[in-house]
Design a protein around this ligand. Structure first.
Ligand SMILES: *Cc1c(COP(=O)(O)O)cnc(C)c1O
Length: 223
């Protein structure tokens, strides 16, 4: 693991945050990555995140990167650092309520649908703009939308991956000039995984979510 982490940290520019995606891997492996200096970890399941969190140092920043069900928000609201996968106003409303209950402001990203596969979660550009212009969103005090997240199509076609990431960056730039014109915290574009992080960084990523390159192959399939 040490060589892989060092190689990644050398490759990734300093303005891009490395999030180690630890889903399916036990707490001991997370501790090993922690001891190499990593502090940001990504999980895609609430159950797994809440099982590991108490076993590990409390300066870890836990990123929820997978589809989040409304009824599970309460379990992570006390400690989650960032939710990358906000894909509805209803979910955002629940995050806002649970954050208030914990006297916190929870940082979130809107997950935007950029792939050509129809199995992936996310909002399309119109839905995201609708959400951001809603009265309900304007009244939420306990969430902060820090940026966007997207996943490219799983394909060998690098041009397509470039195109998809480019579209997310362009949408980010548009929102930065409109909905978030006076919000200097709107800074993050979470894009890039083990197979496509180099392309994502070229296209303007500020956060890469990398599992396999750090921890090796997962033992059971996860999306
Ligand atoms: C699993 C996962 C990753 C990391 O995938 P790797 O290919 O192992 O790097 C990134 N983002 C999300 C949303 C994931 O579910």
């Amino acid at each position: 693991m040490k060589d892989q982490v060092e190689k990644l940290l050398n490759e990734i520019p300093p303005y891009v945050k490395l999030i180690a995606v630890s889903k399916t891997h036990p707490a001991e492996e997370i501790r090993e990555a922690y001891n190499l200096g990593l502090r940001d970890f990504g999980e895609n399941k609430v159950q797994e995140m809440i099982a590991k969190q108490p076993l590990l140092p409390n300066d870890i920043k836990w990123h929820l990167i997978g589809h989040l069900q409304t009824n599970k928000v309460k379990f992570i609201a006390p400690f989650v650092y960032m939710i990358h996968s906000v894909d509805s106003l209803k979910l955002l409303h629940e995050v806002n309520q649970q954050a208030a209950r914990n006297s916190r402001v929870i940082d979130c990203l809107l997950q935007i649908y950029i792939a050509s596969e129809d199995t992936k979660f996310g909002l399309d550009f119109n839905e995201a703009e609708e959400l951001l212009s809603s009265k309900e969103f304007a009244e939420m005090q306990n969430i902060r939308i820090k940026g966007l997240m997207g996943m490219a199509t799983f394909t060998d076609d690098a041009k397509q991956v470039h195109r998809e990431f480019k579209s997310l960056k362009a949408f980010f730039d548009k929102l930065k000039q409109t909905s978030f014109a006076d919000k200097d915290y709107f800074t993050e574009i979470s894009m890039g995984m083990s197979s496509d992080y180099t392309i994502a960084i070229e296209e303007g990523s500020t956060m890469v979510r990398i599992g396999t390159v750090i921890f090796g192959k997962r033992n059971y399939p996860q999306q």
